[in-house]
Design a protein around this ligand. Structure first.
Ligand code: XUL
Ligand code: CO
Length: 435
């Protein structure tokens, strides 16, 4: 018996109770027209919290979780589910997210692996009857097994493509049955290690076909959730095709999927792509393909995906500003794709991490609310483009002016447009006032 695993016994509440409490995350507080819980839609991720053993490139397991050392792996998977639901209920989070291989061991054949995933899926369904936690998204792990070393959908071998498709079918069906709000595709190894052995045109077409098959299956089974793609520029491969929001948008257009698929943006991946988190958020909302986020933080001094719990309040404020000024989430949410450090070996460190990061996000939301309500920033940006609301500006955008027309216009009016200050330092001071 693994549960109770945590020393914390009482559900964690806003500024109440013994032990841990939320200082800022008040689920019932109405922010920008909705309860905080409904705005932020927090999800615990199964993989980092319960399946990652604490290893790094130089050393193995540090956590010694009991469910990772059972003689019967399925017994371990059931114990892990007990602990996961214990944590969901202690935190009071509204959602969780999983990969097929985090929740159940891979079997000797796909049929056995599918059965293992389904058995744990049934256990989830039973536990969800007693818990308020819902499924934010499911996904298939198409990157750990060696069969996927050269990619899943972009593999040179169509049998690997078929295997990946079969795995996705099983998890998409399960996600649908569990009432999941989304299904995520992260192209773990959809990229290349060396161009010397790679036919990029072929691989991109394979990826396009795969994505279309996922959407076709979603429609066939009547899945009401959103299909999301998660960009990441590199790691594990040298170059990944789903590099960032801009390149995914191009791909979706190419494959005719721009109205079918949305994006799950991860903070750490944005940084690896050389962008800020808010750049990716602002672009996705501008293009109408914003779906959800994986919330964590990278280390600005390290060039890899450290997946630390997000704690930086100014960063969360800006992220929330761009998410909520565009209306916030529909099916998406804040998924904690974050892991505690490998020295954080006490069970309650998992709770501390989530509580601290939920508070940081809640503070970010409260700051964003001030920024949105006050609207000084928005008004400044609107004024900056005010000229486009005039007769000529409108005519240009409506396609009613040619280069000839504009040349005549400038010459006739003797135009000599004067530059205006971009006021960056004023805007940065303004931002600091809200914090
Ligand atoms: C990997 C990553 C994934 C996806 C889901 O960097 O972020 O865990 O979130 O496969
Ligand atoms: Co992620």
């Amino acid at each position: 018996m693994t549960a109770p695993f945590f020393t914390q016994k009482d559900p964690i509440k806003y500024r109440k109770g013994k032990g841990l409490s939320y200082r800022w995350y008040d689920p019932d507080k109405v922010v920008l027209g909705k309860r905080m819980e409904e705005q932020l839609r927090f999800a615990v991720c199964y993989w980092h919290s319960f399946t990652w053993p604490g290893g790094d490139a130089f050393g193995g397991e540090t956590f010694n979780r009991p469910w990772m050392h059972t003689a019967d792996e399925m017994e371990g998977a059931r114990q892990k589910a007990d602990v996961a639901f214990e944590m969901f209920d202690l935190l009071g989070v509204p959602f969780f997210a999983f990969h097929d291989r985090d929740i159940a061991p891979e079997g000797a054949s796909l049929a056995e692996s599918n059965r293992n995933v389904r058995e744990i899926g049934e256990l989830f369904a039973k536990k969800m009857e007693k818990s308020k936690v819902r499924l934010l998204w499911g996904t298939a792990n198409l990157f750990s097994n060696r069969r996927y070393m050269a990619g899943a959908a972009t593999n040179p071998d169509p049998e690997v493509f078929a295997y990946a498709a079969a795995q996705v079918k099983n998890v998409l069906d399960l996600t649908n049955e569990l009432g999941g709000a989304n299904y995520v595709l992260w192209g773990g190894r959809e990229g290349y290690e060396t161009l010397l052995n790679t036919d990029m045109k072929r691989e991109l077409n394979q990826l396009g076909r795969f994505l279309n098959m996922v959407v076709e299956h979603k429609n066939k089974i009547g899945f009401k959730g959103t299909i999301l793609i998660e960009p990441k520029p590199k790691e594990p491969t040298k170059h990944q095709y789903d590099f960032d929001v801009a390149s995914i948008f191009g791909m979706l257009k190419q494959f005719g999927l721009e109205n079918e698929v949305k994006i799950n943006i991860e903070q750490n991946h944005a940084i690896l792509a050389g962008h800020t988190f808010e750049h990716e958020l602002a672009l996705a909302t501008a293009l109408g393909i914003f779906g959800s986020i994986d919330i964590n933080r990278g280390d600005y001094l390290l060039g890899w995906d450290t997946d630390q719990f997000a704690m930086n309040i100014p960063e969360m404020a800006l992220a929330c500003y761009y998410i909520f000024r565009a209306g916030g989430f529909t099916t998406g949410g804040f998924n904690f794709d974050a892991k505690i450090r490998r020295q954080s070996i006490e069970p309650d460190d998992l709770l501390e991490a989530h509580v601290a990061s939920m508070d940081a996000c809640a503070r970010g939301l409260l700051i964003a609310e001030k920024m949105i309500k006050d609207a000084t920033l928005d008004t400044f940006v609107e004024d900056r483009y005010a000229g486009w609301g005039g007769k000529e500006g409108k005519a240009i955008l409506a396609g009613k002016r040619s280069l000839d027309d504009l040349s005549d216009y400038v010459l006739k009016k003797k135009l000599d447009p004067q530059p205006k200050s971009g006021k960056q330092e004023y805007l940065e001071r303004l931002l600091n006032e809200y914090l």
